[in-house]
Design a protein around this ligand. Structure first.
Ligand SMILES: [Zn+2]
Length: 296
């Protein structure tokens, strides 16, 4: 079944809700990066969070989430944006995808241990103008709580976020998430009821593994709230890399490093950190990059 995002508003209760299935997306990320289970859980949660944050995006806008922690994964990034056909595209990576830690005391992936302590950066880019960038210290490193903390602190939107990836060394079994945001002026009781329902729900991956779709997740969190204007959007893996962007990343190595690379071998392969697509550069092309750099 393909991935789907469903979003809705419950105006009487002052909340908006979105739920998404990302099993195929996380499978694609896992396969492209050959990520190990704990890394898959971390990248998959962050990519699922990016898709949920992207629920209300307009064409030309993009959400990028980046976690920089001191754990073995190194930086972890994910972003989501609207594709030409109206679906949401998303991608993700970790600097070190070969991380697998023992399960934590609750029998869950030790994502916090793999991420470490650090910060979460959220960037919203628009079709025109300056991007909006918010940054907060990591709250727990479990990612869902970090995203909820970001929304509460940085955007003053009290939120409930749940993200889940069920994976084993053989692959990704289920992935998805839900988000509920409290609209300004919502009363305390509806916030309390929302939190109660969120606590009472089984883990999202349990529901997805048992066959629940995005709509079922959404309805479970919505409870008896009267939903209006439900919207469905397909979600799939996509990348934005081009040869020029990979070149720009290589330029970051500096002229002496580039000259050394050109002297060392005929051809150098550089791959996109998000989709692992390989781009080949001849030693002549690399020399030219170094010359361009030195010329300023
Ligand atoms: Zn790419």
């Amino acid at each position: 079944m393909s991935d789907l995002l469903v979003s809705a508003a419950a105006p009487e209760d002052g909340i908006t809700i979105a739920a998404v299935i990302t099993t195929e997306l996380v499978r694609e990320i896992q396969a492209r990066h050959d990520s190990w289970p704990t890394a898959t859980a971390a990248i998959g949660r962050l990519a699922t969070g990016a898709v949920l944050f992207a629920a209300g995006l307009e064409p030309g806008e993009r959400i990028a989430l980046r976690i920089v922690g001191d754990g073995p994964l190194g930086p972890v990034g994910a972003d989501a944006w609207m594709l030409d056909d109206g679906a949401l595209g998303a991608r993700g990576y970790a600097r070190n995808p070969h991380v697998d830690l023992p399960l934590d005391a609750r029998g869950k992936f030790d994502v916090a241990g793999a991420v470490g302590a650090g910060s979460l950066q959220v960037t919203k880019s628009y079709a025109d103008g300056q991007p909006y960038v918010g940054i907060v210290p990591l709250h727990s490193g479990e990612i869902a709580e970090d995203l909820a903390t970001y929304l509460g602190k940085s955007e003053q939107i009290p939120s409930v976020v749940a993200l889940g990836v069920l994976a084993n060394p053989a692959g990704v079994i289920a992935a998805g998430g839900i988000i509920a945001q409290i609209l300004p002026g919502a009363d305390e009781r509806s916030i309390a009821r929302l939190e109660e329902r969120a606590l009472a729900m089984p883990p999202v991956t349990t529901m997805i593994a048992q066959g629940a779709g995005a709509r079922e997740l959404l309805l479970a969190l919505a409870g008896d709230s009267a939903l209006r204007s439900q919207r469905e959007v397909a979600v799939r893996f996509a990348c934005l890399c081009t040869r020029t962007k990979v070149e720009a990343a290589m330029i970051g190595l500096g002229p002496s490093e580039l000259r050394a690379m050109a002297a060392e071998r005929e051809d150098t392969e550089a791959s996109c950190e998000y989709c692992r697509k390989r781009y080949e550069f001849s030693s002549t092309e690399i020399e030219a990059l170094a010359t361009r750099l030195e010329a300023g």
